[in-house]
Design a protein. Sequence first.
Lengths: 341, 323
Amino acid sequence: MPALEVIDLATSFQTDDGTVRAVAGVSFSVDKGRTLGVVGESGSGKSVTFLTLMGLLDPRLSQVSGSVLLHGEEMLGISQSRLRQIRGAKIGMIFQDPMTSLNPVKTIGWQLEEAALLHQDITRKEARRQAVQILKEVEIPFAEQRVRDYPHQFSGGMRQRVMIAMALINNPEILIADEPTTALDVTTQAQILRLMQRLQEEYGMAIIMITHDLGVVAEVANEVIVMYGGRIVEQANVDDLFVKPEMPYTWGLLGSLPRLATPGGRLEQIPGQPPSLLNPPPGCPFNPRCEYVMDICRVKLPDLDLSPAGVDHRFRCHLDPETRDRIWTVKKAGMVREDAA
Amino acid sequence: MTQFLIRRIFWAIFLFFVATIITYLIFWVIPADPAALAAGKAATPADVARVRHFLHLDEPIWRQYLRFVWNLVGHQSLGRSFVNRQSVNHTIGQDAPVTASLVFGGAVFWLALSIPVGILSALRPRSILDRVSMTFVLIGISAHPVWIGLLLSYFVGFQLHITPIAGYCNFFTGTVGAQCSGPVQWAYHLILPWITFMILFAALYVRLVRASVMETMAEDYVRTARAKGASQARVMIQHVLRNSLLPVVTILGMDLGLALGGAIFTESIFNLPGLGHEVINAYNNADLPMITGIVVFSTICVIVFNLMVDITYGFLDPRIRPS
């Protein structure tokens, strides 16, 4: 049984201008000890997907449908109190900006202890012991002293370590990381990713890594889903995705990765803006920006088809297989040539 | 910390000179003759001239000012009233407790109302409570204290006989010459002035608390607390409240300091013998030492309360705690 299984999850918001379909039917699952990378631009629905399944959206403003199974137990529609028992205990979550994600007027120790005390029947002393223990675990030096410090006394990377410690203190089965390295400098990014991988080997939790950075995905993910316009447009294991992506949007993402080997070479970009979720284009959500757009793309949403290449590799695209192969071969040659130069 | 205090003290001295010089300049500009007022209606021009010399009003304004500074520095004295020769220090000492009773009691009232209402409005924006309180806020901000005070005094005091119409009683019993005294009478006489203050200030504070709580609830660390599994009540009490009360403390400190200088309208309506009342009398009699004395006192109040705000801030927010 997967640690987390999401079936046809949809989230929409009522606004004064109409209904915004932020997530429009998303299904995926992640197993214990595995890492799922969730890739997409801002506004692709990736963050909302996980705020929905954590029950962190205001129920008065959002409508949710579908199913979220945590070890087979339905999470959608359950009571707030049951949801609170799951949040922080079975699912830990870390966020993008460690500078603002910790309460500035409480000590680090207090905030870690709070997480432990909310879900375990322990004394404050035991909670303090666990807090120190987990800080050591995330490689914060002088943990015994530093529990008494406030967030502003830590650097960005250190704060993200504290956030990870806080998410892991109750030994959750799933860790959801929403762009955990975006706000950090590059060397710190690598350290945080390596730390998360080490902790995953140690604790065996499933990690869901939400990011717009394909480099991060290549580094840590086992499976990847690519989201666009509130939908999954491609899903595959990480090797298949990088070896043979099937969908023009994924090609664009790969092409827009900066390459060190091409001094002065221009970065490819995907023209246009992400679609409005208020008035999504009919048919394929990517059609207004797709350079290979056909008439059918403007009418019919492509199904999430199985790719002939790879295991359980799915994608949405109306292009026929020969055309896709041809385009990808040319694109890949271009990238390889750039890399070789 | 010492450096901070020294800076503050220099700032206070600077403000003291600015405030008192401006008071003297204004006094010099306005066409009033304090000597004639002090000498009385029956005085001959010769009497007035003697009074003028006696009050040093025949000296140039800068010498009068230097005399004032010298008296204050050398004798810790704010001088004597032009009108009744009472010591200004003594009068302020008598009036300040009245104004303080009004202001601090009023502050308790307006905070007790506006903090819960502000929080509830922030939790349920656009709810009935929020709309009702925002309407109330609009009325409170638009209404003048004189109007509110008169309405309360007329209906609650005069028509319904629930409270006294006006007047003041000392908190401590046994004051010589007082008509009434004791904590109960004191509070009984101050209820309407407090409510007047509450309506005026609660309006502003409800808005302030509401805005501040809403802003804090959108903070990332509040989402973190929810993701940890904290309940709504816990999130509010442990994570939102302390952070959202920071701006309230700032404004409260400034308002208290300002109001202590004399809640002129409220004191006049309810005939409370406080600083605001005194300053109006002094103004009518062109009583320069009294006006200057109250200006000095107000300046000190504002400075002291701002200092207290900074110290409280250090307690509430570790980021600005001097380490």
